[in-house]
Write a protein that binds this ligand. Structure first.
Ligand code: NAP
Length: 327
């Protein structure tokens, strides 16, 4: 048996409780990880509220999309990993638990000198940013990116990865403190959306040209200004719809500027898709973690028994960077 944080019913942070569960079974191509730390992500909050049902095959009531720990057992067909290896992994659920299975291709070596909490803060946001900014958004070195929610876990990963690979990044955030934090991380300019119009600011900052790619978790009323803020051949990539799923857009502007509109959800994608992202991260991003060019930003660590406090903090949106649970 093991301890796990369970969503006992849909609701507020208080519905998260520690319970005893059987150690999960795993497939021949999986490793079983003894979890030392698990990252918290906004989709976990949506799942807890009952608004984001886990995909088929994922644990129904144990949240958690990313872990770091030590491999305790390996499936019969696992070639790459050995018992005792330290890894971090992207999982489809079940991360808030003492043991969690992960497909071998979704594991990455824990960067040298990283704590388990730092390593656990990486997979969900780094996989999401790689997939949406570099694969779908096709951001190239020398191009520019606008990210809404610059101080979120996703925003921080986007600032770090894109600046390290040679792009200019603009962000929006909800306070001057968050804006300063984003600029210290490397953002060219952070726009406080509470007292500035991001569309006007982007036009000024880019001499009216606009940005090449926008990573948008807001949707709704941001969509029109997003399209205005894109350069010719610009790409708008949705990863959430925090301000709503509907918007009116100027189709003539889409045609005039030859804009691409796309979006994606990482969690339901298959193991082959996620493993391909892991390979790209290991090639392009892991050396930057090893050299210290990218440093994880862990805002706060909670003992696992305080998972509900960790969710409370995430819902205040006071954090900058990642919130992590430690076992
Ligand atoms: N599609 C995918 O595959 C995928 C994968 C992972 C995450 N996501 C999405 O990416 C987003 C970021 O995730 P995360 O884990 O990094 O979350 P996070 O750290 O909690 O950040 C969310 C940010 O959104 C802003 N925000 C919160 N409520 C808002 C509202 N009602 N309107 C506008 N802004 C709001 C807050 O920043 P301010 O205070 O600056 O407003 C906050 O920092 C989430 O929406 C999540 O669902 C998508």
């Amino acid at each position: 048996m093991m301890k796990a944080i369970v969503i006992t019913q849909p609701g507020g942070p208080e519905v998260l409780k520690i319970e005893e569960r059987p150690i999960p079974a795993y497939a021949a191509t999986d490793v079983l990880i003894k979890v030392m730390a698990a990252g918290i992500n906004r989709p976990d909050v949506a799942q807890r509220k009952g608004n984001y049902p886990p995909p088929a095959g994922a644990p129904a009531d144990v949240p958690g999309l990313e872990v770091a720990g030590i491999i305790a057992e390996v499936g019969a067909d696992v070639a790459r990993w050995r018992v005792g290896d330290k890894v971090c992994a992207l999982v489809t659920g079940g991360g808030y638990a003492e043991y969690c299975p992960a497909p071998e291709g979704q594991c990455l070596p824990m960067p040298e000198n990283f704590s388990f909490a730092e390593a656990a803060s990486l997979p969900e946001t780094f996989f999401t940013v790689w997939s949406n900014v570099f694969d779908r958004g096709r951001l190239q070195a020398g191009e520019s990116l606008l990210v809404h929610g610059g101080s979120s876990g996703i925003g921080v990963a986007a600032i770090q990865m894109t600046t390290a690979l040679g792009s200019k990044v603009y962000v929006t955030a909800g306070s001057d403190e968050k804006c300063r934090f984003c600029e210290e991380l490397g953002a060219e300019r952070a726009i406080n959306y509470n007292n500035q119009d991001f569309g006007e600011e982007i036009a000024k900052l880019t001499d009216g040209k606009g940005v090449d790619v926008i990573l948008d978790m807001i949707g709704g009323s941001y969509t029109g200004p997003n399209i205005k803020s894109l350069a010719n051949d610009g790409r708008l990539v949705f990863i959430n719809i925090m301000k709503g799923k509907s918007a009116e857009i100027d189709i003539a502007e889409v045609m005039r500027k030859r804009i691409y509109i796309t979006g994606s959800m990482l969690r339901p994608r298959d193991v082959a898709f996620k493993s391909a992202i892991a390979q790209n991260l290991q090639t392009h991003i892991w050396p930057l973690l090893a050299s210290g060019k990218i440093t994880p930003v862990v805002y706060r660590i909670y003992p696992v028994a305080e998972a509900s406090k960790a969710h409370q903090l995430m819902e205040t949106s006071r954090h900058m960077g990642k919130i992590v649970l430690e076992f």
